[in-house]
Structure formats: structure tokens, C-alpha cells
Design a protein around this ligand. Structure first.
Ligand code: AMP
Ligand code: MG
Length: 314
């Protein structure tokens, strides 16, 4: 008997949904939702008492013992920081805090405030010890923000839980961080839209036809504020301390692991298209870039996967 189940919930600072098709129970979806909430409780920088909150509170005061999962995600964040020359850097929290990113009062800081805060960021000041399950921020004023990677981790976890429950076909969407499990009920690949960053309606510029893949997007349109006619978005270039100005509106990575894709899209958005393409070649990974002039760049591995939407179709 076929039974489709769905759940919508708020966690990790965003709207999430899971749609499972075919056999499988709503119990698995509820368990997945509880799992994401537990990840949020451990990894949110905003929740007093969370692992990340305790780490940040103890900056400059020695190592702090944290949960295994948080240690794992911090370690992956550090791998991506090293791999991307610090374009992905989970110690950007003093800067995201300065700009008020993530719900606090958003504002444009002065050049002086930015230059004063920049020394408090820098992934080399974060030490993660997997054996002792401890992490340490070297200096007072430093702080971690896992907003660029935690959704990917959570999406991988949901996929694992659903697979364990025998679910073969599902769409997991954690605020645009998508995992497409298996194929659609009719046996055809899933169709995932690459949103037109300039369209307010969520209309896609292209569609990716995928099977068992994660599709993760980082875009300047996802979270931003406007002051004096200028748009300020939520992805910080750790080199400048300001929203990344790399000529891109969005980057979408298609891959097997959502935590990898999540960290990678954030890094690619900071690096820009040309440096991003070099990194993708090195990692043998695939992405779609949309530049500020709405030009689409697609890596070779996605030929046959991506269908561009003509104006007539859209
Ligand atoms: P994403 O949407 O995955 O690209 O993540 C963006 C979020 O990650 C922001 O809202 C911040 O919480 C955090 N963040 C901003 N800039 C960076 C960066 N350069 N490296 C890592 N995390 C970042
Ligand atoms: Mg990310």
C-alpha cells in the first residue's frame, strides 16, 4: 500500500519540510523533526546553553567539552576553512553579530568597527580536539557561527533516519538545503528548481533533474536588508568583514553529501565564479553559478542534468 507523508516545521532559523513517498510511516518524519530540533539546540549560536553558545562564552578561557556531533561539525567546518583558504570560516560570528545577521538588529557598521572586529575572526584561532571532544577559541571576543554548515549536516541526518525507516523516496528541504532521496513515485528523476535570484515569485531559472542527490544553494537573496538603497546580505567575506561582493547572486552545488555541499556553496559564494570553478575542479564537484548580470555558469558534470527554463516555459 502506498502512503505519502509530510511534515513542516521551523528549526535552525528557517522553514523546513520533509515529504516522503511510498511506504514508510509518519513516525520516521516526526523522529527526523525531533533530530533537527536537537541539532538546533546543540549548534545554535543564539540559544543560551547550546554547545556553540558555551564555546563562545568560554573564548579565551581554555577548552570546552562539547557533544560529539558538535565536535564533528566543527571539525568539518575547519576542514573546509583550510580547503578554501578561509573563504568558509565558522569563526565569522563576531562579524555576523556586528552586522546583526540572523535576527538581531541589522545595521551597517562603520569602517572602524569592521577593522576593529576583523582580528576576532579567523579559523586558525579555533582548535577542535576529536579525541577529547573539546574545542577552544584562542581569544576573548572570538565566536563561532555554524549557520553556513549545520543545515547540511541536519539534512544528511534526516536522510539517514528515513533510509533506516525503509523510506526510499523523499524530498527533504531545510530552508533551501535540499536532499532528493531516490526517484519520484513515477520512477522519474526529481526536478529541483534553481531559483531566479531576481524574481520575487520563486520562479526557477533552470531545473535540475536529479536522483539521490543533494542540491544546496547559497544566495544573497536568501537573507538581506536594505539601507539607503544598498542591499546587504548574510554571507560575509572573512577577508573584508563585509558581505561578499564576488559578482554572484547565487551558487548551487549538486552532490552526494549535504554537509559538504553546504560548506562548499558558502565558500564558493565568497570566492566568486572563477576561483570557485578552480576549487570545484580540484574537488571534482559540480555547481551552477548565477552572476549579477543573470548569467548562468554550469560545470561540465551537470550537462544532461540541468534544463534551462526559457522565458516562455517559466
Ligand atoms: P549559507 O546560507 O549556507 O551560505 O550560510 C550563510 C550563513 O553562514 C550566514 O547566515 C552566517 O550565519 C554564516 N556565514 C556567513 N558568512 C560565512 C562564511 N564566510 N563562512 C562560514 N559561515 C558564514
Ligand atoms: Mg552553507
Amino acid at each position: 500500500m502506498n502512503r505519502n507523508t509530510a511534515i513542516d516545521f521551523y528549526a535552525l532559523g528557517t522553514k523546513n519540510s520533509i515529504r516522503a513517498y511510498g511506504s514508510g510511516g509518519s513516525g520516521a518524519l516526526r523522529a527526523a523533526c525531533r533530530r533537527v530540533r536537537a541539532i538546533d539546540r546543540a549548534m545554535s549560536a543564539f540559544r543560551p546553553g547550546s554547545d556553540v553558545w558555551r564555546l563562545n562564552e568560554s573564548a579565551g578561557c581554555g577548552p570546552v567539552r562539547l557533544g560529539t556531533e558538535t565536535i564533528d561539525v566543527l571539525a568539518r567546518a575547519q576542514e573546509y576553512a583550510a580547503l578554501t583558504g578561509g573563504a568558509f570560516d565558522c569563526t565569522v560570528r563576531p562579524l555576523t553579530r556586528l552586522w546583526g545577521i540572523g535576527g538581531e538588529c541589522e545595521r551597517v557598521p562603520s569602517v572602524r568597527e569592521i577593522s576593529d572586529t576583523l582580528p576576532n575572526a579567523g579559523y586558525k584561532g579555533l582548535a577542535v580536539n576529536r579525541d577529547n571532544l573539546t574545542a577552544e577559541l584562542a581569544r576573548k571576543g572570538m565566536a563561532v557561527d555554524l549557520g553556513g554548515i549545520a543545515k547540511g549536516y541536519a539534512a544528511d541526518e534526516i536522510k539517514r533516519l528515513l533510509a533506516e525507516a525503509g523510506i526510499l523516496s523523499a524530498i527533504i528541504n531545510l530552508g533551501g538545503n535540499i536532499v532528493a532521496m531516490g526517484r519520484r513515485g513515477d520512477g522519474r528523476p526529481w526536478r529541483i528548481g534553481v531559483q531566479d535570484p531576481l524574481a520575487l515569485t520563486g520562479k526557477p531559472l533552470a531545473v535540475l533533474e536529479v536522483e539521490d542527490r543533494t542540491v544546496v544553494t547559497s544566495g544573497s537573496y536568501e537573507r538581506f536588508f536594505i539601507r539607503d538603497g544598498v542591499r546587504y546580505h548574510h554571507i560575509i567575506d572573512p577577508r573584508t568583514g563585509s558581505p561578499a561582493a564576488s559578482g554572484l547572486l547565487s551558487v548551487t552545488v549538486v552532490g552526494a553529501s549535504s554537509i559538504d555541499a553546504d560548506a562548499l556553496t558558502t565558500a564558493l559564494f565568497v570566492l566568486g565564479r572563477d576561483k570557485g570553478l578552480e576549487l570545484l575542479r580540484m574537488l571534482n564537484a559540480d555547481a551552477v553559478f548565477i552572476s549579477e548580470d543573470s548569467e548562468l555558469t554550469v560545470t561540465d558534470g551537470l550537462r544532461g542534468t540541468i534544463v534551462k527554463c526559457s522565458d516562455k516555459e517559466a
